[in-house]
Design a protein around this ligand. Structure first.
Ligand code: NAD
Ligand code: DAU
Length: 332
C-alpha cells in the first residue's frame, strides 16, 4: 500500500482524483486542503475513513507541510486558486497559493526526497487562433494571459528549477478544461446547468465563440495516476481528450438536454483578456506512457454531469446565490 498526499483534494479535480484512487488502487490518501470557498469536505464524505484522511490546512504552512511529507511516499499537488474571473478581481491569493504554496511544497519534497507530481493547466501556453491548425504540445512556449495562468506558469517554472537545481523527483502535467461532478458553480458548465435548474437564463461571455478542449475529470485522474507511476523525472506531459467545442455549442447542448429552447441564453459582458482557444495534443502521453481517455463521448459525459447536479442540489445550493450576486456586480 502506497501513502499519497493529495493537496487540494477537497476541490473539484482533486476530489475526483481521490475517488479514482480509492476505486482503482490500494493506496491510502491524506488530503491537505485549506477548505477555501472552493473546497468542500462533502466531496469526500462518501469515501471510507480508513482510506482517506482530510487535514485542513494551508500548503504555504511550512511546518505542517514538513510534518505531512515525512509520512508519505508521494505527493500530488492540485491545490490552487483556480478561477480566471476571480484572479481579475483580486490576484493576491493566486500569488500566495499558486506561487508561495508551490514553493513551500517543493522545499519539503527536496528535504524529504519525495516523488512529486505537479498539476498544471494548458493556459500556461496562452491561446490559439480559432482557425489555427496547431495544438499545444510539450514544447509550446509559455505565454500566459491572466493573473491565474501567469501564477500557474510561475509554479511550473519553480518545479522545473527544483528538478534541475536540487534533483527533486518531479513531473508536471498540463491539462485542458475538465468537466464532471463536484465542480464549483462559478465555472462555466455547472453555472449554466444550475442556472437552468433555477430558472435563470445561461450567460455566455461575449459572442460565445471561444473554444475550450473538454475532458472528463475521471480521465484527468487516470492520466495523473499513469504519470505518477510511469512518468520520467523532470518531464512534462500534456493531458487532453480531443474535446474542442465553442462555448455557444456547449450552452445550446445543455439547454437542449435540459428540455429548453436552444436559444434561451443571454450574451453578457466578456471576460477581460479572454483567451480565444485552447487545444491539446496529448500524443506524448498516449504513445510513451500508453494512456487513453475512457469518456470519448462528450454528450454522454455532459448528460451524466447534468444528472449529477440535478441529484445533488444540497451540494451546490449553498454557493449558488453568492456566485450569481458576484457575477451580476460585474455585468456577467
Ligand atoms: P478548485 O478551485 O475546484 O479546487 C482547489 C482546491 O484547492 C480547493 O479545495 C481549495 O480549498 C484548495 N486550496 C486553495 N488554496 C489552498 C491552500 N493555500 N492550501 C491548501 N488548499 C488550498 O480547483 P480545480 O478546478 O479542482 O483545479 C485543481 C488543479 O487543477 C489546479 O491546480 C488547477 O490549476 C488545475 N487545473 C484545473 C483545470 C480545470 O478545468 N478546472 C484544468 C487543468 C488544470
Ligand atoms: O484550460 C484549463 C483551465 O480551465 C483551468 O486551468 C482553470 O482552472 C479552469 O477554471 C478553466 O478555465 P476557463 O477560464 O477556461 O474556465 P471557465 O469555466 O471559467 O470558462 C470556460 C469558458 O466559458 C471560457 O471561455 C469563459 C466562458 N464562460 C464562463 C462562465 C463562468 C462563459 O461564457 N460564461 C460563464 O458564465
Amino acid at each position: 500500500m502506497r501513502k499519497l498526499l493529495v493537496t487540494g483534494g477537497a476541490g473539484f479535480i482533486g476530489s475526483n482524483f481521490v475517488h479514482h484512487v480509492v476505486a482503482n488502487t490500494d493506496d491510502h490518501v491524506t488530503v491537505l486542503d485549506k477548505l477555501t470557498y472552493a473546497g468542500n469536505r462533502e466531496s469526500l464524505a462518501s469515501l471510507p475513513t480508513d482510506r482517506v484522511e482530510l487535514v485542513v490546512g494551508d500548503i504555504a504552512d511550512a511546518e505542517l507541510v514538513d510534518r505531512l511529507f515525512a509520512d508519505v511516499d508521494a505527493v500530488v499537488h492540485y491545490a490552487a486558486e483556480s478561477h480566471n474571473d476571480n484572479s481579475l478581481h483580486d490576484p493576491r491569493p493566486f500569488l500566495d497559493t499558486n506561487i508561495i504554496g508551490t514553493y513551500t511544497l517543493l522545499e519539503a519534497a527536496r528535504k524529504h526526497d519525495r516523488r512529486f507530481h505537479h498539476i498544471s493547466t494548458d493556459e500556461v501556453y496562452g491561446d490559439l487562433e480559432l482557425d489555427d491548425p496547431a495544438r499545444f504540445t510539450e514544447t509550446t512556449p509559455y505565454n500566459p494571459s491572466s493573473p491565474y495562468s501567469s501564477t500557474k506558469a510561475g509554479s511550473d517554472l519553480l518545479v522545473r528549477a527544483w528538478v534541475r537545481s536540487f534533483g527533486v523527483r518531479a513531473t508536471i502535467s498540463n491539462c485542458s478544461n475538465n468537466y464532471g461532478p463536484y465542480q464549483h458553480v462559478e465555472k462555466f458548465i455547472p453555472r449554466q446547468i444550475t442556472n437552468v435548474i433555477r430558472g435563470i437564463r445561461p450567460k455566455l461571455y461575449g459572442k460565445g465563440e471561444n473554444v475550450r478542449d473538454w475532458i472528463h475529470a475521471d480521465d484527468h485522474s487516470s492520466a495523473v495516476l499513469t504519470i505518477l507511476e510511469k512518468g520520467a523525472t523532470g518531464e512534462t506531459y500534456l493531458i487532453g481528450a480531443d474535446g474542442e467545442k465553442d462555448n455557444k455549442t456547449v450552452v445550446e447542448l445543455i439547454l437542449q438536454m435540459m428540455g429548453q429552447p436552444a436559444d434561451a441564453y443571454e450574451h453578457v459582458t466578456d471576460r477581460a483578456g479572454h483567451d480565444l482557444r485552447y487545444a491539446i495534443d496529448s500524443t506524448r502521453l498516449r504513445t510513451e506512457l500508453g494512456w487513453t481517455p475512457r469518456y470519448q463521448d462528450f454528450e454522454a459525459g455532459l448528460a451524466a454531469t447534468i444528472e449529477w447536479y440535478r441529484d445533488n442540489e444540497d451540494w451546490w445550493a449553498p454557493a449558488k446565490d453568492g456566485v450569481e450576486a458576484f457575477y451580476a456586480s460585474k455585468g456577467q
